[in-house]
Structures are given as C-alpha cells and as structure tokens.
Design a binder for this molecule. Structure first.
Ligand SMILES: *Cc1c(COP(=O)(O)O)cnc(C)c1O
Length: 452
C-alpha cells in the first residue's frame, strides 16, 4: 500500500468520454408538456437548449466523446486531485481509509464548470450568442460566466435577490468573467414584474429566477437557457469526476466499499457515483450514499412523481423525487441543496436500489466541516459538509465494528465565498429548523396529475 496522500493524473489521462448510466439502467421517463400532457421530443427542447445538449438529454449511448475544445479547457484544472484524508482518519482513530475527489480546484471553486464548459461549447456550435440562467448562492452563475467568457457567449444571470444582496463577492466574480448579474425578481421580464407588483420587497426565489431566465430564452432566437444540475446531460458531464477517480483509486491500490456525495439536484453525486453504479450493475459490491439536508429531504421524504422544475410552473414536467414545486425549504446556508426536485437519473437509481439516501441537520454538518478543515486544511462548501458528516459517521461505524472499509467521497467545492456561514456557526447563530411534515403533505397534495 502506497504511503502517499495525493494521487495526481497527468493530462494524458484526462478521460476521453463521459459515461451515460441510461445505457446500463434504462432511459428515464420523458419530460411531459404540462399544457398537453404529452411526452416532449427533441424539437420541444431545442427551443430552450442547444441541440448537442438535447441529444445527450435523450441519449442511451454508453459513452459520449468529450469534444476536444472542452477537453482543452478541462486541462486548466483537470484531472482534479484524489486525496487520502490520512489526518482525518487519525483524528477519528478509525481503521477505515478515507479518500476524496477534490472539485474545489476548478476556477469557480466547485464541480459546476464541468457542465458549464460543455454547455457553452454546444451553444457556440449552434451559433447562439447569449446564454441566460438563474443562480441561487452564485456557484452556477459564476461557473457559466467563466464558461461563456471562454466560448464568446454573452451571459446573463438572474440571481435570487436575497443572495444578490448578501453575497456581493459571487456577483463580483461573475462580473470579473464578463457576465451580467441581475437581481431577481427584476423589472426586465413579465414574470419578474408580476412578482414585484404583488410584492415590491420580494426576496426572490430560485423558482422565480428560473421563470425569468426561461422567459428571456424563449423570447429571443439568439438566446438559450442553461441549467446547472438535475438534467441528464448535466449528470453526464459530471461523470468525468468518477472516471478520473477510478483511475486514481487504482493508483492508490484501493477500491471503495462506500461512495458518498451530497445531493441538491444530484449532479456532483451522480458524477462520482454513476461510474461505480455501472460496476455495481455488473456485480461489484459498493454502497452509494446520497446525503441531503433534513430541511429539504427530497430523496428521504419526497414522492416520486411528475412535477414542475420551478415554482412558476413554466418548465416541462419531469418524473423525479420531489417535495412539490411549491415547497419552500427554510433558509439554510447550504443554498445549493435547497431544491425541491432531484435528477431523474438519481431518482431512478434510488428506485432500482442502486443507492441509499440519508439526511442531516446543518449544525452537525458544520461541526463535521470544521473537523475536516482543522485536519485536512480545506474549508468545505456548506453543501459538501453534508457528505463529510456522512463520511465521518461511516468511519466511526467502521471503528465500532473493527472494519477497514474504504470510503470515497466527493468534496464538491470549497467554502471561501461562504465564510459568513462559518462566522454564524462559530457565533452560535446557526439553528436547525425542525422538519415541517404538514407543509410537505400540503405541498404533495398539489402535485400535477399526469397520466403517462
Ligand atoms: C451546486 C452545488 C451542489 C449541489 O448541486 P448538485 O447538482 O446536487 O451537485 C453541491 N456542492 C456544491 C459545492 C455546489 O456548488
């Protein structure tokens, strides 16, 4: 067994293809037009998305080549390091071996550019001039801003107003990459104006910001929409994480018994876990665990149903685990995990028994993140701290059982733009909201009825 801590691949070993789990599992149910109740085809989707992306959304090919211009940009930070958390192992006094794939080395500080770069490339191929999107905490917005800069696309980001005001540095990062960041609700769209008329002081929400971005994309021929999670093509782009990790685990002469990732829309978890699910389908013994906040427990408490992707009920209906598109999770610091739905492919993996899910409160996740930072040096994003809490629990279980399991997790991003959350945690200002079952029941009662 090697004694090193870091497993670095050279650029030669940058994967040449993304892995599509749909080829080995089954194609997820098609999106449905909420107006007609009919399944949607590629033509319906190319109104909003680039053709290359729509092809991937529907594809059941096992391997999809990563275009050369995308690989060239990936080289700026990929392959990302695989690191063995030896100091954390020692601190926990566990026989378990803990490895993590570190996606915080990307320019935007998370896994999100893996898909932003690919989406910008396919839009440039289509002759698109402008991309619009929404962002909550700002991680997706800054990733797309960076990608648009490299592929000559004008990027407009509708940022949830409360984050726009609270996270000025994320906005500054988007502007540094040349994008325009607009507080949502804005007066630029009918959707935004309607909200402002009813409530001029609206803090905004991800659902409203999606409605604004979709409205702009649908109204202009030179403009398309880009989404940072949930969709099949986003999960596909993220599989470069797992494909690299497999090669690096081999360098480490190790093989994971457990693979762990936090889940918001599901893309970073999918990116690491789907390649391992491929092996699991062939008989490999590996547990895959998705970790979510107790306040927004999509996989652990949601229903599997067709639902809207946004609060404004403008998007296609997608079959997934959902808390209902009107469900309003309490404001926590893990903004990237506050989403009512789930990637349909992750939902399918859950239904097929390929993975398990669990949830944690935010204070216990921050405690885990601080322990991690004090041993490994990296300050995790609040989202990633959920994965770390699960890793530590599994490592302590191994200690209790005298088992030397190998654990691999995705450290989806660093927390350098989230230090206010750490300040709140240290100041005792962070609280855990009890889960509101009545609110969930009420929300699920309003799910759209779809006969497919
Ligand atoms: C956006 C984000 C997430 C959640 O999104 P997924 O699609 O579930 O991966 C997790 N971690 C970080 C650092 C993020 O920026």
């Amino acid at each position: 067994m090697s004694e090193s801590t870091k497993y670095l691949l050279d650029e030669e070993h940058l994967p040449k293809a993304w892995y599509n789990l749909a080829a080995d599992l089954e194609a997820p149910a098609p999106p449905v037009n909420p107006g007609t109740g009919q399944p949607m085809g590629p033509d319906d989707l190319t109104r909003l998305f680039a053709t290359g992306v729509v092809e991937q959304e529907m594809s059941t090919e096992r391997w999809i080549d990563i275009p050369q211009p995308v690989r060239e940009v990936y080289r700026l930070w990929r392959p990302s390091p695989l690191i063995r958390a030896r100091r954390l192992e020692k601190a926990l006094d566990t026989p378990a071996r803990i490895f993590f794939k570190y996606e915080g080395v990307s320019p935007a500080g998370s896994h999100k550019p893996n898909s932003a770069i690919a989406q910008a490339f396919y839009n440039q191929q289509d002759g698109v001039k402008r991309l619009v999107t929404e962002t909550g905490a700002g991680q997706w917005g800054s990733s797309l801003a960076f990608a648009g800069d490299l592929f000559d696309l004008d990027v407009r980001v509708y940022m949830v107003k409360i984050s726009f005001n609270q996270k000025p540095y994320r906005r500054a990062l988007m502007e540094t990459y040349g994008a325009t960041c607009i507080a949502s609700p804005s007066s630029e769209t009918a959707a935004g104006r309607a909200i402002l008329e009813a409530n001029p002081d609206s803090n905004g929400s991800l659902g409203i910001a999606i409605s604004e971005a979709v409205e702009i994309a649908a109204s202009r021929d030179d403009t398309k929409y880009a989404l940072g999670s949930v969709m099949n093509h986003v999960c596909l782009h993220q599989t470069i994480i797992g494909e690299e990790a497999m090669m690096q685990m081999e360098m480490a002469d190790a093989d994971p018994d457990i693979v762990i990732g936090c889940v918001g829309g599901g893309s970073n978890f999918a990116g690491l876990a789907f390649p391992y699910m491929r092996e699991k389908l062939k008989g490999k013994a590996v547990r895959c665990i998705g970790v979510e906040p107790t306040s927004c427990p999509t996989l652990t408490k949601g229903a599997v149903a067709y639902d809207f992707g946004d609060t404004g009920k403008l998007t296609p209906l997608v079959r997934m685990h959902t808390l209902g598109s009107g469900f309003m999770p309490p404001g926590t610091h893990a903004g990237g995990l506050r989403y009512h739905g789930m990637a349909p492919m992750v939902s399918l993996a859950m239904e097929k028994g390929l993975m398990e899910a669990r949830s944690y409160q935010q204070t216990e996740c921050f405690a885990a993140a601080v322990t991690f930072a004090r041993n490994e040096g990296i300050v995790p994003a609040p989202e990633s701290s959920h994965a770390i809490k699960a890793v530590m629990d599994e490592a302590l279980r191994c200690k209790a059982e005298g088992k030397a399991d190998t654990i691999l997790f995705n450290l989806s991003g660093h927390g350098h733009f989230d230090m206010q959350a750490y300040t709140d945690y240290f100041g005792g200002k962070m609280t855990d909201t009890p889960f509101d079952q009545a609110a969930l029941d009420a929300s699920l009662a309003t799910l759209p009825k779809v006969a497919v």
